[in-house]
Every structure is written in C-alpha cells, then in structure tokens.
Design a protein around this ligand. Structure first.
Ligand SMILES: O=C(NCCCCc1cc2ccncc2s1)c1cc(-c2ccc(F)cc2)cc(O)c1O
Ligand SMILES: [Mg+2]
Length: 215
C-alpha cells in the first residue's frame, strides 16, 4: 500500500538530514514540504517566530499540544538548555510513531517526552504523572476547537501561572475565533498577534502570544 505523508516526511529526513543535527532535520522537512508535498508543520516563517518566543521565554518546562511529525518539537527542543524539556501530546498513533523517529534522528530525545493521547484526558494528570508544577510555555497546535477548552482546563489544573506564555498556531487559518476572543478580552492575559503566513503558502495566518498575568 501507499506510504503515508508522515512516512514520506520521515524518509526525507533520513535521506537529507544528518543524525544529531536538528537544524538539518528542520531544513529537510521544510524543503520537502515546500517543493514536494505540503504538510501541516508550523513551517519556517512561523517557526522563526516560535524560535524568538522560545528564546525570549527561555522555558524550563514546555507543553506542546499537537506533535504531528515532530517538526516544531525539534524547533523548540534544540533551543532548550540542559535540564529543560518539552512534553508533547499527540492523539494519532501513526503521527506519534513518525515523530519519535524524527526526534531521535535530531538527537534531542533526552529533551522530549512524547505522550500519546488526547489533551483533555492528559492535562489533568500532568502534575501527578510528570511532576510538573506549571508550564513556562505552551505551544497550541492541535485541534483548533480544543484550544479554548484546553486553556481553561490548564488554568483549572493550576498548570498556568503568572508569566506563563501561551503561543497558538493557526489563529487565522484554519482559525480559532473563540480562543482569540477569550485571550484578547480576558483581563488575565496580555495578548499580541504575530502576523505571518500559512506554512509554505501565501495565505495569511499568524501566531497569538498570550502572557498570563495572574489571577
Ligand atoms: O489541524 C491542524 N492541526 C491539528 C491536527 C490535529 C492533531 C491532534 C493532536 C492532538 C493532541 C492531543 N489531543 C488532541 C489532538 S488532535 C492544522 C491544520 C492546518 C491546515 C491549514 C489549511 C488547510 F487547508 C488545511 C490544514 C494547518 C496547521 O498548521 C494545523 O496545525
Ligand atoms: Mg499548526
């Protein structure tokens, strides 16, 4: 049977990228998705904005919702200092299997905890299971209609504290209107929009960065 798109992305990494070199993994995926087959990675343009936010926050604990093939996981993990880590949740077991191999190829497996399951099921267990107090940075890139309920769940579970930064992908395309309305109108968040483009295209998209101000 035909290979899947994630399998073809992994093959591009294994043929074009150097083991242990995260930047070459990022470059290989971007080249494949720009010149061969579009795929829903955050991409190079929005990825540079993600990089600048990671560098600005210099987080110790990161939560990523939506791993896909691990592209943004590698982008985040390559910027983390020793001792810092990213917990990334992926619902689709086929995506998770590919992401594990992409993350391994990049040599960043010690900085990444990939968890298979649904965000709504796992968030309530994060403290107990991973010993997380609160997240310094949350990258939202999963089901767009889960951004708002999962943000409220993170608040309820005490996983968001003063200074926690939420960075949301796709707030224009496919769009997350209820989430945007919430973070932009809440007195508990300071929100700003980073205008960009949908990965590998000319369509408008962007990232919304929201800093929690405390209760
Ligand atoms: O759906 C997208 N991304 C989520 C995939 C859902 C996977 C999940 C992960 C997970 C983990 C934990 N709990 C539950 C879930 S559900 C997505 C879609 C587009 C797009 C844009 C224009 C198009 F024409 C067509 C697609 C672009 C993007 O950058 C995306 O991120
Ligand atoms: Mg996305």
């Amino acid at each position: 049977t035909r290979t899947s798109r994630p399998q073809r992305i992994l093959k591009a990494v294994q043929t074009k990228a150097t083991v242990g070199d995260p930047q070459s993994v990022i470059t290989a995926i971007d080249h494949f998705c720009r010149h061969r087959e579009w795929a829903m990675n955050v991409g190079d343009e929005k990825g540079s904005i993600l990089d600048s936010v990671v560098n600005e926050v210099s987080p110790v604990t990161v939560l990523e919702l939506g791993t896909y093939c691990g592209y943004s996981t590698v982008r985040i993990a390559r910027l983390l200092p020793p001792g810092a880590c990213v917990i990334t949740l992926e619902f689709n077991p086929d995506y998770a299997a590919i992401a594990r191999q992409v993350i391994k190829w990049s040599g960043l497996e010690d900085k990444v905890q990939l968890v298979e399951g649904a965000s709504g099921d796992w968030i309530p267990w994060m403290k107990e299971h991973f010993g997380v107090q609160a997240f310094d940075l949350v990258f939202l890139d999963h089901w767009k209609e889960r951004y708002l309920p999962d943000t409220k769940l993170l608040e309820e579970c005490g996983l968001i504290q003063k200074g926690t930064v939420l960075l949301a992908d796709n707030v224009i395309c496919p769009g997350t209107p209820d989430y945007l309305e919430y973070v932009r109108n809440s007195p508990h968040y300071n929100s700003q929009y980073y205008r960009s483009h949908l990965e590998y295209t000319k369509a408008e998209d962007g990232l919304e960065k929201s800093v929690f101000l405390g209760y």
